[in-house]
Design a protein around this ligand. Structure first.
Ligand code: NAG
Ligand code: NAG
Ligand code: NAG
Length: 179
């Protein structure tokens, strides 16, 4: 009897730990999806957890149709509540126009602010090189989300869809937990 209860307790504790680890992995994550393999390739795309507080996103995209002079980006925020639901922003911009005049779209400027200092995309069009986002830390991400616009705690997804001639070519999803 005692043996059984012990087994059950160990099982429940382990189950709980596994669930916790599982949800941390799921809710802090990055996914890069190629929608058009003739347009681009994802060389790498990962979240690296150095320790509990130091985690970062890195990705590299190879572009096959260079130079890129026309590209649209749809950026949207989702918040988790029984699945990811649209939250606050959903904007589509002509990225080349935006890069020429970053004040033209403050909402997109907000999204761009997550990447510009951590990537080689911080220049005007054309793009004729691979795109790299290097060590964008979750701490930086949290700081922007919590203090620039005070987002409530929760699980968030920032999704960016890259469109050329209104056809999706790649989708980037950054998942993070604000607590
Ligand atoms: C996490 O790793 C970073 C980078 O190596 C280090 O500076 C920091 O002190 C570490 N934090 C903890 C809590 O170990
Ligand atoms: C955001 O807008 C795009 C384009 O208008 C639409 O396809 C998409 O479903 C919208 N997403 C959300 C989360 O509202
Ligand atoms: C782009 O980012 C890099 C790396 O942070 C920086 O060295 C460079 O000055 C930035 N360029 C512009 C135009 O902001």
């Amino acid at each position: 009897m005692n043996g059984k209860i012990h087994f059950l307790a160990v099982f429940l504790v382990n189950f709980h730990l596994i669930r916790q680890v599982h949800s941390l992995v799921e809710f802090t994550n990055i996914k890069c999806e190629v929608a058009d393999p003739d347009f681009c390739n994802i060389e790498y795309c990962y979240l690296k957890s150095v320790n509990r507080t130091y985690k970062y996103y890195s990705l590299k995209v190879n572009l096959f149709k260079i130079p890129i002079t026309k590209v649209k980006v749809n950026a949207a925020i989702y918040k988790f509540a029984n699945g990811y639901k649209p939250f606050m922003y959903n904007v589509t911009v002509d990225a080349c126009k935006f890069l020429k005049n970053q004040k033209s779209n403050p909402i997109f400027g907000y999204f761009y602010g997550y990447f510009k200092d951590h990537s080689n995309m911080n220049h005007t069009c054309p793009y004729d090189h691979d795109i790299v986002v290097d060590k964008l830390t979750t701490a930086f991400f949290n700081q922007r989300a919590k203090y620039l616009l005070p987002f409530p705690d929760g699980k968030y997804l920032i999704q960016m869809n890259v469109l050329v001639h209104d056809i999706s070519r790649a989708v980037f999803k950054l998942y993070n937990v604000l607590s």
